[in-house]
Design a protein around this ligand. Sequence first.
Ligand code: ZN
Length: 508
Amino acid sequence: MMAAMRRLPVVVVLGATGTGKSKLAIELGQKFNGEIISADSMQIYEGLNIITNKVTSAEQLQCRHHLIGYVNPFTNTSNTVVNFRDKALPIIERVFAEGRLPIIVGGTNYYIESLLWKFLVDPQVHDKGPDAKKLRMSDSCPVTHESERPLPPGGGTSAPGHPATIDVSSTGSDAAPVADASFEGEAALEDTGEATLDRGKVAQECCKTAASDRGADREGKFKDIDSSELHRQLTLVDPVTAKKIHPHNRRKIIRALEVYSQHGVPLSDILKSQHASAGGTDALSGPVRYDKTCIFWIQCDQTVLDARLDARVDTMMEHGLLQELHDFHREYRQKMQGDCDYTLGIFQSIGFKEFHNYLLLPEPESDTVKGRQLRDEGVELLKLATRQYAKRQIKWIRNRFLKRPGPGVVPVYGVDSTDVSLWADNVLKPACDILSAILQGENPAVLPLEAGGALTEHVYNVCDVCAGRVFTTLQEWNAHTNSRRHKRALSKQRKQLRKAAVLHSDEA
Ligand SMILES: [Zn+2]
């Protein structure tokens, strides 16, 4: 049975919201005897079918689905990617063991990553002080809830793409959060553009104890030391990590210093040993979990997708979106007996916050001029947020799947759903052909997508011309040295030097 189960790949369907992921997953599931594992941080919740765009029960009958609607949104608000992964992995093993094909599909790309790559660090194994050198780097670091909330227009967080992590699962031990998602991989050190605001927020709101116990402590110990001094200290104990962190990025510097002070081992060594243990080289991205993976990315022309997403919001409204949100708010108010906390993750997710002001109106006011105005604003905001979310998902796929560095790279095959009338030819058939080839141990006739961009190269540069500004990647450095600002500063400096030289020669 082992042999049979190892011949099967894990199938993954990626794509922005609205590209047809669920449809392709179901079709592949039916054709290839598969079961679907949903990787969607909103579809984990019970109810809320319209706003989370959940597959219908009819669709669920066409192919067995897992991990949909298993979390009560009222009682469990601190669901994490680790909870998800720990539920999903045994399901995948079971599906394999039954000789069926696991098909992972969903819009929460970070959830998918946690299944495909082993890249999370386990804090609990570090408690044994003297054995610090024998760190076993497993992949179960607690990472906070991720419900992919969009940023407000114009940004709003200083560190998009860096999931905030507050250790919530180290069961009362004094293990500090050893590593957070910021250190999980090369790509995680970049700005991937994915919205992660609510992770931090949910962490704060749902894990207040953890936050106050640990977050405050953490600054406490370093609070009188300025960031550049901390960076200098990090350079002494962990130069590899120091090179990758900007001296102003206090949060990351402190985390890296903490890893060192608590475990006596540089974070970079920890990550390196993790990769070495799986035959990896020096890439920071974790080793792959499955030896055979077949990833599809359903692509779609942006303009077409935008229009499709706008239309989907209109359909949601027709299907009773506002009623669903109303009911949810009412139930929540009843349960909380007035002690409502609308900063919780679910209320920060797409769909809730756009209608927040409308939903908080006393019911008789919903059908007034003001009510209708707030409702219409909500619709427009939801459309905007959905389009922005789709763009971030695409950026995430590019940065984290296609450009993944080192040995953890897996081929991603593109299919195109721009013209839905050509679905069978442009999406289903190519996907079936590729998967059939892989199942037969052959190379698919089409090539996987190219990364379409250079990997981030970490090089530490200081620009003496521009008052010692620091750059930690080659890309940033190149962009800077080509920037108008730098060139202006450079020519100014040259002029001054020439002037000084002239003065000097005059004196001589
Ligand atoms: Zn410069």
